[in-house]
Design a protein around this ligand. Structure first.
Ligand code: PAF
Length: 297
């Protein structure tokens, strides 16, 4: 166990289990916040939620290769473990689990978990295989940490639904909590990828949440969905995004298509956009906004 920042750091499943077993023997419950590091206030709100709901809090930092496509930003994804450990310690996290890729996926690793349905739309359609990588690593992390509860952010709203499905389908004994999206002063959802934006792109990025909010307000006012969503996608393109993967409205429950007769039920507008990076790749941003369709009269 290393302790570079007043926060114990473990890198093996054996060391992790030894620490957690000690807490269990003392009758303490365990909350868990899985992350890929480059931590910001959004992640730290997950730590706050885990600490508030359990006696002990574990965070993981693991940039999971299996959830990145071949042309995505795995290599460029920011890695800032020392800074992350300090932030976690400052927030009262008890343990950082930061395994190597070999610890997570030893030679011969051959198992994949694939959740169907909810993974086939939105980000799943534009990032084939992404949610298989997420489901597999999250199932492994749950088995490794064996937490009572785990906290996921609502910014990755589809991921949250995938994890809920995974936990229900595999009878995993982990309670899933969600934490609201944490935003910058101009409304941009906090994301580790924001730090890859140029100042000019950062200005463009702030338009995303405004378009989502305006679209959600129009849908909440009962305007017809298709033209509202088409207009929103046009505004995003005109705002300077280099690509709009999707702008869609869906029911919160299972991310089913928006039902016109679903007045009073919770729904979300969700979007994924891209900004070109001068390394030849791009920075992909996602966000979503809640709304409720009015009751039919
Ligand atoms: O949300 C993330 O940061 C990742 O998808 C997660 C849940 C840590 C799995 O790698």
């Amino acid at each position: 166990m290393t302790n570079a920042s007043a926060l114990p750091v473990v890198r093996t499943v054996a060391a992790l289990r030894e620490t957690v077993a000690g807490w269990r023997a003392a009758g303490q419950s365990v909350g868990f916040a899985p992350t890929m590091g480059a931590l910001h206030e959004g992640h730290l709100s997950l730590i706050d939620a885990a600490r508030g709901a359990a006696d002990r809090c574990v965070a993981s930092v693991f940039v999971n290769p299996t959830q990145f496509g071949p042309n995505e930003d795995f290599a460029a994804y920011p890695r800032t473990e020392d800074a992350d450990a300090k932030l976690l310690a400052g927030r009262g996290c008890d343990l950082l689990y930061a395994p190597s890729a070999d610890e997570m996926y030893p030679a011969g690793f051959a198992t994949e978990i694939s959740v169907s349905g909810v993974t086939e739309i939105l980000c799943g359609a534009s990032r084939p295989g992404h949610f298989d990588g997420v489901a597999t690593v999250v199932a492994k992390l749950f088995n490794q940490v064996q937490p009572d509860l785990a906290v996921f952010g609502e910014k990755d709203f589809q991921q949250l639904q995938v994890i809920r499905r995974l936990v229900a389908d595999l009878d995993l004994p982990v309670r899933i909590l969600s934490a609201p999206t944490v935003r910058e002063a101009d409304g941009l959802a906090m994301s580790s990828r924001n730090r890859r934006l140029t100042p000019a792109q950062r200005e463009v990025a702030a338009r995303l949440n405004r378009v989502l909010k305006a679209t959600a307000e129009a849908l909440a006012a009962g305007e017809p969905a298709k033209p509202v969503l088409n207009a929103g996608a046009d505004v995003l393109k005109e705002a300077g995004f280099d690509g709009v993967d999707y702008l869609e409205a869906r029911m919160e429950d299972g991310l089913a298509p928006l039902q016109e007769g679903a007045g009073g039920q919770k729904a979300r507008v969700l979007a994924a956009v891209r900004l070109n990076h001068d390394d030849g790749g791009d920075v992909r941003l996602i966000d979503n906004w809640p709304f409720t369709r009015p009751q039919a009269r």
